[in-house]
Structure formats: C-alpha cells, structure tokens
Ligand binder design. Structure first.
Ligand code: ATR
Length: 292
C-alpha cells in the first residue's frame, strides 16, 4: 500500500524517545504490529536530549501522541513528569512505556514483561530455582524484581562493584521476602551451581566482541539455562560457552520483541496471542539477521 493511502486525518502517532535513537529496532517492530492489526497509526523515533525530557513530554502530550516508548538514557528521567506510575515500574525505578490519558501519561515497565514472556516461551523455569544474576545495574534491577515475583528459591548477585550489588540487594529486600546473596566473580566456582544464569552486564556486547563475564568456559556444566540480555552479537561468548556445556541458551532478542508487544497491547487494548507473538518474533528475527 502507498504511504499516501496509509495515512489520513485520523492517523494516530506513536513513538520512541531516547538518545541516540538511530539504531532503535522499535520502529520496525511497532510498525509491523500496527500493520498486522490494521491500526490507522504510525510509530516514529524521536531523539531527545537529556535536558529536554520535560519539554518533550509536554509537547508529545499536547500533540496527542497515543503511546511512547522510552529508551536509554531517559527511563528514570521521565518519571517525575507522569500522571501515574504502575506499581512494578515504580519498584524497578524505570519506565519504558507511556500511555496517553486525558490528563497526562501513565508509565509502565514492559522490559520486565518482555523478560517474563521470553522465559515462558523458551521454557525457562524460575519458580523454586536457584538463579545467578550477573550485573547490578538497571537491567539487573528489573530482572531481580521478576525473579522475586516468579518465586525464585535463591538469587545470587554477582557484580564487579560490590557496593552496587549491595544497593540492589537492599532495594529488593524492601519489597520482597527473598533469599538474596552476593558473591564476586572469583567466588563463583566455590558455590553450588545455579539452575539458571542471567547476564545483564554489557560484557560481550557488540559485533566482534568475544569477551564473557564468566572466565571459565566450562563453568556452565550442570546449569540448565543461560539467558543473555544481549542480542548483538546474536550469540555472545557466554551463550556459546553455555551451549557447548549443554545448557538451553536464550539471547535478548525475544525480550526485545515481547517488551514491544506488551507496549503495543497497553496502548491499543489488544491482546496479542502467543501464536501471533511467535510469528512476529520469527519474521523480525529473520529481518534482523538479514539487516546485520
Ligand atoms: P544497564 O542499565 O543496562 O543494566 P548499567 O546500569 O550501566 O546498564 O549496568 C551495567 C552492568 O554491567 C553493571 O553491573 C556493571 O558492573 P559494575 O557495577 O561493576 O560497573 C557491568 N559491567 C560493565 N562492564 C563490566 C566488566 N568489564 N566486567 C564486569 N561487569 C561489567
């Protein structure tokens, strides 16, 4: 269909704010969803400087933009400007999805929903499991909240900077009655192996990067599943080592897709079935690998 046939006076606008924004995959994902579900809409990237977040949100609201994704570095900065913040997003302390209401934007965190769906559809069990979480930044915070919500038996935080792991542990224990411990990377070998390992560090990120946060390539023997939030490269060294050790491995692409689907559902009141979600994931996975 021609672009002139697609848009008219009733077209709704959605978008994403971040900086940089040029490499965002969200416009491709969201416009694919808009097309599949026959919505009269368009989704566009907006680069917003850090000192312009408040102005941008005022403008987006005044223009009647229906839904916004928020990416790095604005996920915390948008929070003071919102009308209401979903409870889980508030606990995580980061918002990646804004939904317009008559009086302002409501904030949600669909990164956690994307991670949850990625676990579900890839058969990663968390309930009553011992889970090792690598990293203690923003992504680790969201993952830790999910692990608590899903009833992990034990959460072991591993981080280069111990202080940050302690802060994350204190934060989590304010909201959940969970078994959380902290170890260094050097201490990994001296504890019993976890069932699941989740990497939220940036180690190994970027095409041609062969670094892994876990130095011992054979460490993963006996571990059931390893999740890496990274999807460029498609298979990090961490995941290739884990695969060789016989673990189920999952990269961050599904989390990316499912967080976007969750945002789309919030904005449009549509429920995307698991079958549709997997179909979209497969189409976009092929597109993504071709584009690289
Ligand atoms: P995000 O929001 O994506 O989680 P972040 O808050 O900057 O990003 O956190 C990055 C994480 O990667 C941190 O846990 C960081 O460890 P430190 O707390 O010690 O900085 C981790 N990380 C980054 N580079 C690392 C490296 N070379 N080795 C180990 N951990 C690293």
């Amino acid at each position: 269909m021609n672009i002139s046939d697609r848009f008219n006076g009733s077209t709704s606008v959605y978008g994403i704010i971040g900086n940089p924004i040029e490499h965002s995959f969200s416009p491709v994902l969201q416009n694919t969803l808009i097309e599949k579900y026959g919505i009269n809409g368009v989704y566009s990237p907006f680069r917003v400087d850090e000192d312009k977040v408040g102005d941008a949100l005022k403008g987006l609201f005044a223009l009647g933009i229906k839904g916004i994704n928020v990416t790095v570095p604005h996920k915390k900065a948008v929070m003071p400007y919102l009308e209401r913040i979903d409870e889980t997003a508030d606990i995580i302390g980061a918002v990646n999805t804004l939904k317009k209401t008559d009086t302002g934007f409501e904030g949600y965190n669909t990164d956690i929903l994307g991670l949850k769906k990625s676990f579900e559809l890839n058969g990663v069990e968390i309930k009553d499991k011992k889970v090792m979480l690598l990293g203690a930044g923003g992504a680790a915070n969201a993952a830790a909240v999910l692990l608590c919500q899903l009833g992990a038996k034990e959460i072991i935080l591993v981080n280069r900077t111990k202080q940050k792991a302690e802060e994350l542990k204190d934060h989590i224990l304010k909201y959940f009655n969970a078994d959380v411990s902290i170890i260094s990377y050097d201490e990994m070998e001296s504890i019993e192996k976890p069932d699941v390992i989740i990497n939220t560090t940036s180690v190994g990120m970027g095409e041609g990067n062969y670094a892994s946060p876990v130095k011992n390539e054979n460490y993963f023997e006996g571990v059931k599943a390893v999740f890496d939030a990274i999807y460029i490269p498609w298979e990090t060294k961490l995941l290739s080592d884990a695969k060789r050790c016989g673990c189920k491995t999952i990269n961050g692409f599904d989390m990316l897709i499912y967080q976007g689907i969750a945002s789309f559902e919030i904005w449009n009141g549509i429920s995307v079935s698991d079958e549709d979600a997997v179909e979209i994931r497969n189409i976009l996975g092929e597109y993504f690998l071709r584009r690289k």
